[in-house]
Write a protein that binds this ligand. Structure first.
Ligand SMILES: [Zn+2]
Length: 268
């Protein structure tokens, strides 16, 4: 595709730690009275619950969308749902605008011309399987929590059980950022870490207002590679930071990572 030169890749990996139970449902069926909520999403073979990369990415995108709406006049949204159930998401109308838009650069935009995302978020796999083998659900690795919801329309009580991954579970995570313009690296990565910090004070998955889905990130590795590295494997074309870092610590390393692409704009 024209206009998308690839300068290199920056990989950020670590752990997502559940501070409270997490529910990411496999389907959105209507809930029966007394029934079990949509089951937790699982790996088809191992049965281990996992966090789909699309869920994590979608949540970060939503937080960014809301923050940008607060800051911008004339923030553009489009309905990608139906008329009855509108889902409004931000779009930039064309690629030129998307390249100037911090949200669309990271997460992509499907306006009149598509602008692909620079950020890839992979599925997060369970790390501490042994810990979850002690859950009441045994080899299903989950617990069931009883919730008494009130139907918003009829005010009738709708007791149901919600399956969730217990607090204390840990998942790996990996995000890959494509360097398409060295001048954007620092700003894009700063925004990414800011969104992860916001997510720690927000929630992942469903039932957040009941306290579900509080997560904490621990970064263990960051690596920047220029495209040349893939061919020549020269040390100067790669920069790796291998240590346990909080989001705040990781943020301070951004200029180091951006540095190998030579595009620092001096704002860091
Ligand atoms: Zn945009």
């Amino acid at each position: 595709m024209l206009g998308r030169p690839l300068y290199g890749k920056i990989t950020i990996s670590g752990k997502v730690i559940l501070k409270t139970g997490l529910h990411i449902g496999a389907s959105k069926e209507t809930m029966e009275i007394g029934g079990l909520d949509s089951p937790v999403i699982r790996h088809p073979i191992t049965r281990e619950p996992y966090i789909p990369g699309s869920s994590l990415k979608g949540k970060l995108r939503t937080l960014f969308d809301r923050k940008m709406e607060k800051e911008m006049d004339n923030w553009k949204r489009r309905n990608i749902g139906t008329q009855r159930n509108p889902i409004m998401v931000h779009v930039c109308p064309n690629r030129d605008e998307a390249l100037k838009c911090p949200l669309c650069r990271l997460f992509g935009s499907s306006g009149d011309t598509n602008s692909p995302a620079r950020l890839t978020v992979r599925d997060c796999h369970l790390l501490n399987r042994e810990y979850l083998e002690g859950a009441e659900g045994g080899l299903e690795f989950t617990e069931w929590k009883f919730e008494n919801a009130i139907d918003r329309v009829t005010s009738a009580a709708n007791p149901r059980q919600i399956e969730r991954v217990p607090a204390g579970a840990e998942f790996d995570f990996e995000m890959v950022y494509d360097v398409e313009n060295p001048k954007d690296v620092e700003e894009d990565l700063k925004n990414l870490f800011m969104l992860m910090e916001m997510l720690e004070d927000d929630f992942l998955g469903g039932h957040g207002s009941r306290g579900y889905g509080k997560v904490e990130f621990c970064i263990t590795r960051m690596e920047a590679k220029k495209v040349e590295w893939y061919k020549e494997k020269k040390n100067e074309d790669k920069h790796e930071i291998l240590q346990e870092m909080s989001l705040r610590d990781a943020k301070e390393k951004i200029p180091e990572l951006a540095g190998i692409f030579g595009g620092s704009n001096g704002s860091g």
